[in-house]
Write a protein that binds this ligand. Structure first.
Ligand SMILES: C[S@@+](CC[C@H](N)C(=O)[O-])C[C@H]1O[C@@H](n2cnc3c(N)ncnc32)[C@H](O)[C@@H]1O
Length: 504
């Protein structure tokens, strides 16, 4: 009977109990039986076999089979990483919708999401001008109720002993501290079971998050459930939003539809548009399949030193002084661009397309805005439309490297690698330090087995990137930063060097 109950629990709540000792399982199951005042194991089995299992049963199982362990600023590395990303997000959002949405999924008693609330409070000079939505959800209603009270013992402050004495808390005696009401009110909590819960959900305000923190939760689930939960959490993120899991849950294959953003001791997973994910996967698949065919023989921990690149450095420091996109837009262009960016960032590609088309009928539109149009069309698989517009733009401005780079991407997308390569080369002739082009060309060389050329291009890209601040935006449309590009470049370069026998 115990085995049948365990199988049912895995089916209903998704918990993987295969590594639990049998005496532990028996103990936990008996606790559930007595918690629910059931007659015995067979009654519990019947409850678990109901077509709609009662909430009470699910909650009791969650209570006895998981540990709600959590505390304020639990992982200092994560908190630092999130603080950095929030600084960047605030900077981006203050020019668009002034909206930040963060979800602690599996929040337990709330310390995690309240820590984020405190970080945000410290970062925002004018919180009243922002639309901040902070949400904590959990299957354990006891934990949710505790979170709502905002009363914690000193144990919750073990990683920041000064926090209870700060403006955020009032002492309520007995070593207990209550979050002041004006801060407590900034966070919402409610019940949500990852297994049968509906998310994303417009009704429950679960969608378009900039950050989802789901730490020390996925570890309870079977592989199948984990994959499904990650997929659904991804759907709840806005494009470029981050998913944060704990290091032990950070098993890369689960996150292949995200790009990795590395911070000190923490990896965040960033949602990219499907097209970009496909592009990255294509790169990685190409690289790994070629890589696996060759036996690696030589080891060296020294990366290949780039040669004769110093002339680029002085040019970069000059280029850094001006923004990546020249600020030639007049105010009208700027307003349109902001509107388009906000739509694009919220994945409203159809609207991006139609708004730009309409505006383009009436007036001349800045090339940067048309870049959004081209990318939005490409994401919707309207490649012919994107190509037509891009060719018109090239006709008007034949020496813009950005346009040839975009053309390369479009051809790459439709698997016309030769044409893509040609377009990238034109971009390179026009701007030898166009970083994304260097990476794309390096990758194509690698897939063709031209290792020395691949290394040269990737090393140059890396050389240019390491000098830039990691948060510097390189691709304004997709908000790609120098740090992210450096990560991608280093991973491809690592594989190329391994194939070359430079590393093993
Ligand atoms: C260890 S706590 C994590 C708290 C916090 N995220 C942290 O890392 O400090 C794990 C939480 O996951 C919740 N949980 C487990 N299974 C769940 C499910 N199916 N749906 C929602 N929450 C679940 C548990 O109730 C528990 O509160």
């Amino acid at each position: 009977m115990i085995n049948s109950i365990v199988a049912k629990i895995t089916e209903v709540i998704g918990f993987d109990l295969s590594n639990e000792r049998s005496d532990n399982l028996e103990k936990k199951i008996s606790s559930v039986v007595s918690d629910l005042n059931l007659k015995g194991l067979s009654s519990l089995y019947s409850e678990l076999s109901e077509p709609k299992i009662s909430q009470k049963v699910i909650i009791s199982i969650a209570r006895h089979f998981t540990i709600g362990e959590t505390y304020f600023f639990r992982d200092p590395y994560l908190m630092k990483a999130l603080e950095k990303e929030l600084i960047f997000l605030i900077d981006k959002k203050k020019n668009t919708d002034n909206r930040i949405r963060i979800w602690s999924a599996g929040s337990s008693s709330g310390e995690e999401i309240y820590s984020i609330m405190i970080i945000l409070d410290r970062l925002l000079a004018d919180p009243e001008n922002w639309e901040i939505y902070l949400l904590g959800t959990d299957i354990n209603t006891d934990a949710i109720n505790k979170a709502k009270t905002g009363i914690y013992s000193s144990w919750s402050f073990r990683s920041d002993k000064n926090l209870p004495n700060s403006k955020y808390f009032n002492s309520c005696g007995n070593e207990k501290f209550e979050l002041a009401a004006n801060y407590r009110n900034r966070v919402r909590f409610h019940f949500l079971n990852f297994i049968d819960g509906v998310y994303p959900s417009a009704i429950d305000n679960i969608y378009e998050f900039d950050i989802i923190i789901c730490r020390n939760v996925l570890m309870y689930f079977s592989d199948e459930v984990r994959v499904n939960v990650i997929k659904k959490l991804r759907e709840c993120l806005s494009i470029d939003g981050f998913l944060c899991v704990s290091p032990t849950e950070s098993i890369h294959p689960y996150f292949k539809n995200f790009s990795k953003v590395s911070h000190d001791n923490v990896t965040l997973y960033r949602k990219r548009s499907t097209t970009e994910v496909e592009f990255q996967n294509y790169i990685m698949n190409n690289v790994s399949s070629t890589n696996s065919k060759r036996k690696i023989t030589r080891r060296s921990t020294q990366p290949i030193k780039p040669r004769n690149l110093d002339h680029l450095k002085s040019r970069i420091s000059q280029t850094n002084k001006k923004p990546v996109t020249p600020a030639k837009d007049d105010l009208k262009d700027e307003a349109l661009k902001n509107k388009i960016k906000s739509l694009y960032d919220r994945s409203k590609y159809g609207e991006v397309e139609s708004v730009i088309e309409k505006a383009g009928e009436k007036e001349n539109i800045d090339g940067k805005v048309w870049e959004y149009y081209i990318k939005a069309c490409a994401i919707q698989r309207k490649n012919d439309k994107a190509l037509k517009k891009l060719n018109e733009m090239i006709e008007k401005d034949r020496i813009n490297p950005e346009y040839y780079y975009l053309l390369g991407n479009l051809f790459f997308e439709i698997r016309k690698t030769e044409e893509a390569f040609e377009a990238y080369q034109k971009a390179s002739y026009l701007d030898e330090e166009h970083i994304q082009t260097l990476i794309a060309v390096g990758n194509i060389y690698f897939s063709r087995g031209l290792i020395a050329k691949a290394i040269k291009h990737l090393e140059t890209a890396k050389y240019l990137l390491v000098d830039l601040p990691s948060v510097k935006i390189i691709d304004e449309v997709d908000n790609i930063t120098a740090g992210e590009l450096l990560n991608v470049t280093e991973s491809i370069l690592g594989l190329v060097l391994r194939k070359n026998g430079t590393f093993d």
